[in-house]
Design a binder for this molecule. Structure first.
Ligand code: NDP
Length: 330
């Protein structure tokens, strides 16, 4: 690799005031790891925006290169599973939080965190999927593992116009499910129908406290919202249905009763993408290559440079960004 490389670097001054700027770093500043990756593309996720702006204490040590996702080519490796030239992808594992992440020309990481990138995807396509898409697939795998099939009836997706939700809608529709999409943005109805949703439901139908058991409607659900919405989704899930919960866009609380679980045998399946075992990651990416038409992401993916990221992080936190931001680097 070159002796210096460009990276977005977050640092704090003596008054603990945080700043982020593109900086030239030297190769010997890279953290420990047995694989050095020449990053071809990264993304700007909401979590990255929180890290860059300091809006939430995502960064555990300074200075930090943000970027929870990266895709690129192995440059050097002392890990027997990877050789120079291999195409790889990394999501989570604390990169961009505790370990320098993907918003840089190079990243040095543990080979245990990498998985080979499916040949179906370019680096930029992989990053337009990113943690959002990979988490959607983990949710759908959780539904399948609990026996939910397209024949069981309608599946609900909350926060449907967001990153995780919209990709979940697209995959579930392609797999043959009838998908009901919950959104607080009626103006996104055409977008969601285009992804394959057969019904659009207003978010307001789910935000008020409801009965412990409501009419059995959903064979399964992917919930990114949490809070009262998740409680109402569980209450309306059919006998032996499954709700995959991965997010807290509407709140961390869970004002529910046990009634759906003990009277209807409903399963609440928790989904975590960050520390998810590597076998499930490989399976999720294999399934994404098979079951997601990545063309559906093209209209909602924009490209940004490393230099754009600090400004875009503010926009993202302010809710003024729609869809996915890919950062081509290499
Ligand atoms: P986005 O911001 O892209 O989407 C979230 C969506 O949730 C919004 O688009 C909106 O959908 C809906 N929403 C937002 N605020 C509220 C609210 N107050 N009440 C109800 N609905 C709301 O985020 P992502 O899709 O990237 O992530 C979704 C959630 O999943 C986040 O909480 C994120 O932290 C979490 N996540 C968890 C992961 C894990 O490993 N468990 C991995 C990745 C994400 P609409 O406009 O359609 O109403």
């Amino acid at each position: 690799m070159n002796s210096t490389f460009r990276a977005l670097l977050i640092d704090r001054d003596d008054d603990k005031k945080q700043s982020a700027q593109v900086t030239d770093l030297s190769a010997d500043q890279l953290p420990e790891g047995d694989v050095t990756v020449r990053v071809a593309a990264s993304t700007l996720n909401y979590k990255d925006a929180l890290a860059i702006t300091g809006a939430s204490p995502i960064v555990r040590q300074f200075p930090m290169v943000p970027g929870i996702d990266l895709a690129g080519t192995v440059d050097e490796s002392s890990n027997s599973a990877f050789a120079p030239g291999d195409r790889v992808v990394l999501n989570g594992w604390g990169v961009g939080e505790r370990h320098w992440g993907g918003l840089a020309e190079y990243a040095r990481v543990s080979g245990d965190w990498l998985i080979p990138l499916e040949t179906a995807f370019t680096f930029e396509q992989a990053m337009s999927i990113g943690t959002a898409g990979y988490t959607s697939m983990l949710c759908i795998m959780a539904l399948e593992r609990n026996g939910v099939t397209p024949d069981d009836g309608e599946v609900l997706v909350t926060g449907a116009a967001g990153g995780v939700g919209s990709i979940a809608v697209a995959i579930l529709a392609k797999l043959g499910y009838q998908v009901a999409a919950v959104t607080g943005r009626p103006e996104e109805a055409d977008y969601l129908t285009g992804l394959g949703a057969s019904r659009i439901l207003p978010r307001a139908d789910f935000t008020e406290p409801g009965r412990p058991l409501a009419k059995e409607q959903w064979a399964g659900a992917v919930d990114v919202v949490g809070g009262q919405v998740l409680a109402n989704v569980c209450a309306g899930t059919k006998y032996r249905g499954t709700v995959a919960a991965c997010g807290l866009a509407g709140g961390m609380d869970f004002p529910a009763t046990v009634a759906p679980f003990i009277l209807r045998g409903v399963t609440l399946a928790g989904v975590d993408s960050v520390m998810c075992p590597v076998e499930d990651r490989r399976e999720a990416w294999r399934r994404l290559a098979q079951d997601l038409d990545s063309a559906v992401l093209q209209p909602v993916t924009t490209s940004a440079t490393l230099d754009d990221c600090a400004r875009l992080a503010d926009e993202l936190i302010a809710g003024r960004v729609r869809g996915r931001i890919v950062v081509p680097i290499g």
